[in-house]
Ligand binder design. Structure first.
Ligand SMILES: NC(=O)c1ccc[n+]([C@@H]2O[C@H](COP(=O)([O-])OP(=O)(O)OC[C@H]3O[C@@H](n4cnc5c(N)ncnc54)[C@H](O)[C@@H]3O)[C@@H](O)[C@H]2O)c1
Length: 420
């Protein structure tokens, strides 16, 4: 059996490779190889049947050099410290790539939320929040949604923190429902950002998005929204998958119909969707199907060395965090498959979270046009900066994105200096 890829080791390999290309000395970025703070919590939760279960959760603050730590919270059975550590580091680089004033963090609870009641999920969310409450705060560390965490759960985090602090603190967490201090456009922002980056890259590659084919792995928040915007731009979405399986249709999936199906499904899955000419396939079939753009929007370590050899897409668009292993990346590069890197591609989410936080701190709320036009401006600028470095140095976009981020991080680190 293939050895499990340690995502934090994967991140370090990417970081060191980029630093080497940029001619950086290890001393220049040594602090970024270590997370600043790590917290593990164990907390009891009363389940609906009266039993008590103890859950384990993590919160890692990788860097606060450029601003308060920022990053989502994941609920998943595979969550462990290595995963959270890697995801926290990627947040640091992502925020630096799009040049928003945040460091990086991530959190998670090791739990399979499938089959848990809303009440149980609320108590797990509140129990976790209470245990990390001293660690987070609007000026310290600001969580948000991630895999299997919802806007409603962010509302509970805001309420738990505000109650414990005795102060109304909407800015402690982002991706809240709009009624509770969330930003309009936040739910769609990551997928919309994926679309902006894909559109800009298509232009550079002289590919007509309206004549392109797309496969989407992961039809959750990021994947379904990316699919929606790409479909609206005329792209043909030939494949889509989620945890329940995959769908393939050479003539293109009717995305509005699939979105409606998912909306009505009790677990928001594509399972059971029917359309003429549609076939079912598995995860491997999605990753290796014939298409122009393969949008990855599920979990990390999907494009391994072996899978990379079979990828037929021209471009791999990383909506998910860390979906390509270091070895997989090398194979894609050798085969001329372009990888549009996560720390640029999916940065629309944290960028809109930044807008939400600014609105919360000012108690002044924006309209959708203001949110989306600012998002587009920031994403297109970041894309062009990364693309220019890649083009000038003739390096993959991932390395270019790290170099853009590293330069920003190192500049601030030098000004701040080392305490003691
Ligand atoms: N939500 C955000 O704002 C945001 C921002 C940046 C990055 N991301 C990243 O994007 C990815 C997806 O996050 P999300 O918020 O859309 O989560 P989500 O829970 O809404 O969706 C995840 C999707 O992946 C599917 N999935 C899980 N395992 C799978 C498998 N083995 N094969 C195929 N599909 C599978 C799930 O069924 C679901 O459809 C994660 O890597 C996350 O860290 C999310």
């Amino acid at each position: 059996m293939a050895q499990k890829t340690n995502p934090f080791e994967n991140m370090l390999e990417q970081l060191d490779a980029a630093a080497e290309i940029a001619g950086l000395d290890k001393q220049d970025y040594i602090t970024l190889r270590y997370p600043e703070r790590e917290l593990t919590v164990n907390f009891p939760v009363k389940m609906d049947d009266g039993s008590i279960r103890v859950f384990t959760g993590y919160r890692v603050q990788h860097s606060t050099v450029r601003g308060p730590a920022k990053g989502g919270i994941r609920f998943h059975p595979d969550v462990d410290m290595d995963e959270v550590r890697a995801l926290a580091a990627w947040m640091t680089f992502k925020c630096a790539v799009v040049d928003i004033p945040y460091g990086g963090a991530k959190g998670g609870v090791t739990v399979d939320p499938t089959g848990l009641s809303q009440g149980e999920i609320e108590r797990i969310t509140r129990g976790y929040t209470a245990k990390i409450a001293d660690f987070i705060g609007p000026e310290k560390d600001i969580p948000a949604t991630d895999v299997n965490t919802t806007q409603q759960m962010m509302g509970w985090i805001m309420d738990t923190y505000s109650t414990l602090a005795g102060v109304y603190s909407p800015g402690v967490v982002t991706s809240k429902p709009v009624e509770a201090g969330g930003s309009v456009g936040r739910k769609e922002a990551t997928g919309l950002g994926v679309f902006f980056v894909t559109r800009e890259l298509a232009k550079k590659l002289n590919m007509d998005l309206a004549k392109s084919t797309v496969a989407v792995q992961g039809f959750g928040n990021v994947g379904s929204n990316a699919a929606k915007y790409l479909y609206e731009a005329g792209a043909k979405i030939v494949a889509a998958s989620d945890v329940s399986g995959g769908l393939y249709c050479e003539d293109g999936i009717d995305i509005p119909a699939l979105l409606e199906h998912v909306e009505k499904h009790p677990r928001r899955l594509i399972e059971g969707y029917r359309q003429d000419g549609i076939k079912t396939t598995d995860n491997h079939g999605i990753l290796t199907c014939k298409c122009d753009f393969l949008v990855l929007a599920a979990l990390e370590n999907q494009i391994t060395e072996e899978v990379a050899k079979e990828v037929q897409a021209k471009v791999v668009v990383e909506g998910a965090n860390g979906p390509t292993t270091f070895a997989g990346d090398k194979v894609l590069e050798e085969r001329g498959v372009i990888a549009c890197p996560d720390i640029l591609t999916n940065a629309g989410g944290v960028t809109c979270s930044y807008f939400e936080w600014v609105q919360n701190l000012q108690h002044h709320y924006w309209d959708l046009e203001t949110v989306n036009s600012n998002l587009e401006r920031i994403m297109v600028k970041a894309f062009n900066e990364v693309y220019e470095v890649a083009d000038e140095l003739k390096i993959p976009m991932r390395m270019a994105a790290y170099i853009v981020a590293l330069k920003r991080l190192i500049a601030v680190q030098k000004i701040r200096g080392i305490f003691l």
